[in-house]
Design a protein around this ligand. Structure first.
Ligand code: PMT
Length: 326
């Protein structure tokens, strides 16, 4: 396996692989055109109603090691960041396309992760047979309030979920989303919180069947995934407001890598975070500013979330961006 050692080598590039043709290297999912037109209708409808639309990517990408996949490579991401961002963007009046990894955390239901649903329900013995079920609200904190918010969002059609699983699906669906949102120009925001693989095995080099351990230790050579930010900003969504993330485990290289990404791709902002402290501290880096967002202990006790602060900061920056374009 080849490793890309970002930050260790001072000559390391922010753009390690140029984007080739997506369809040549990554299989096109069968439903991509259908999803593109659903996203386009969503953008047109909300754009006409004067609403901004944000596309949030969330969760991790799956990179198969075999065609009939038993084994695969995953990045780290639970999807919590993306799911909570979706809720805060909705509360700021955005319509949200939630492009997420299948079975990663989902807006609103993420608040009840770890709760066994069946432990919260009781079958009414008198009404048994009619299917009447009661909910133990002590086991689902704030469920009434959360359900109200979820149902309001659902009935107004403000949240469009789109699932991906593999890296190929992610790349093609992101491109389709960029095409779908082009009609609303600067009112579109792209918020790339997904943890996307930097490595993959081309279909032509992949074994068809399960790799056999009886053949001894495994050696894999993986190709670099093109940085999709480049065509997104330059070709697919040149008028949109684009935000990427920068995740590092070494805090000492974080800001340098974030600024390097901004200089390379020329998008509007990078949200820089370190794996261990990501729930309480991020830095929003733009061309001319660097803003630290921190959760105090008191805020953490009140269950304030850092995503609330991120969304307030960036929706304000998005307003300024739109006004400059007018
Ligand atoms: O989901 P959680 O458990 O809550 O965790 C949240 C998180 C840590 C995953 C999230 O906050 C985060 O940092 N997401 C981005 C992780 C990542 O892939 O960082 P990166 O440095 O590898 O990529 C930087 C940016 O380039 C990202 O916006 C990514 O979408 C984009 N990218 C990555 C690879 C690639 N081939 N093309 C890209 O455009």
């Amino acid at each position: 396996m080849s490793f890309y050692t970002a930050g260790v080598n001072p000559m390391a590039s922010c753009d390690p692989a140029a984007a080739g043709s997506l369809s040549e290297e990554f299989a096109v999912p069968a439903h991509v055109e259908e999803v593109r037109s659903v996203m386009e209708a969503f953008a047109v409808q909300h754009g006409a109603a004067g609403r901004r639309v944000v596309l949030i990517t969330s969760g991790d990408t799956k990179v198969p090691l075999e065609s009939r996949t038993v084994r695969f490579l995953d990045n780290f991401s639970s999807g919590r960041r993306g799911a909570s961002l979706a809720e805060y963007f909705l509360s700021q009046g955005y319509a949200v396309i939630f492009l997420h990894r299948q079975r990663s955390l989902y807006p609103y239901t993420r608040l009840y992760t770890g709760v066994n649903l069946l432990d919260c329900l009781t079958l009414d013995t008198v009404q048994e047979g009619t299917g009447l079920v009661t909910v133990d609200q002590t086991k689902l904190p704030n469920i009434t309030e959360v359900l109200k918010r979820y149902q309001a969002v659902k009935s107004a059609g403000l949240l469009l979920p789109v699932e991906f699983s593999t890296l190929s699906e992610y790349l093609h669906l992101l491109k389709a989303a960029a095409q779908a949102l082009s009609s609303i120009g600067s009112k579109a925001m792209f918020y790339l919180a997904a943890a996307v693989s930097d490595f993959y095995i081309p279909a032509s080099e992949m074994p068809e069947h399960k790799i056999q351990s009886s053949n001894g230790p495994l050696q894999i050579s993986m190709k670099m995934v093109p940085k999709i930010l480049k065509p997104l900003v330059k070709d697919w969504a040149p008028t949109a407001f684009v935000i990427s993330f920068k995740l590092e485990t070494d805090p000492s290289i974080l800001l340098e890598r974030a600024r390097c990404a901004l200089d390379t791709y020329k998008h509007q902002a990078v949200v820089a975070n370190v794996l261990d402290t990501r729930h309480g501290y991020v830095v929003v880096v733009t061309e001319d500013s660097q803003t630290e967002l921190v959760l105090t202990d008191e805020e953490a006790q009140r269950e304030v979330e850092i995503e609330d602060k991120i969304v307030r900061n960036l929706s304000h920056a998005h307003t300024q961006f739109i006004n400059q374009k007018v």
